[in-house]
Write a protein that binds this ligand. Structure first.
Ligand code: HEC
Length: 136
């Protein structure tokens, strides 16, 4: 199982980090690693959206699964800044919204998929404002 995932992820470079870290020693990836893996230009979200646009639903499903896997690890992390209760709520939503993207990809439902991605990508700022430390 792990081997198969590893092979699937080979070539993805650093974005494989969520699964790799999880598989290694049960240690969750850091928030930063999750953000990079999911939301950078090369991240799963962008890849998933691009695949869905081209109606490559099988690819979209694959990326969406990875998106979900990474997003699901976020609530396990401590928030770098801000209120723990708010962090618990927002990270749970992040994971749920990722799951909605995957569900729509599984259903090959372009309309549902678009709506789920929109919800997911409009949640970034609220969490960053509340919990992302350092420079803006
Ligand atoms: C539930 C909270 C939360 C949500 C939702 C969230 N982020 Fe983040 N994000 C963070 C936190 C916290 C950091 C700072 C992590 C650190 O530096 O340790 C961060 C950092 C980042 C970074 C910088 C990573 C780096 O290399 O330092 C990027 C890029 C980013 N987020 C993109 C996004 C995008 C795009 C979305 C929406 C699709 C999003 N984030 C949604 C909490 C969130």
């Amino acid at each position: 199982m792990v081997r198969k995932l590893g092979a699937m992820l080979a070539g993805f470079g650093m974005v494989a980090v969520c699964l790799a870290v999880n598989a290694a020693d049960d240690k969750s990836p850091s928030t930063k690693e999750i953000m990079k893996a999911v939301s950078s230009k090369e991240g799963f979200c962008g890849k998933c959206v691009a695949a869905a646009k081209g109606e490559k639903w099988e690819d979209a499903q694959k990326f969406a699964k990875q998106l979900v896997e990474c997003a699901a690890a976020l609530p396990k992390n401590k928030c770098p800044k801000g209120d723990a209760e708010s962090w618990a709520k927002l990270t749970k939503e992040y994971a749920e919204q990722a799951a909605a993207i995957s569900k729509a990809a599984e259903a090959k439902d372009a309309k549902e998929f678009g709506a789920a991605v929109k919800t997911f990508t409009s949640s970034c700022k609220a969490c960053h404002d509340a919990h992302k430390g350092g420079k803006k």
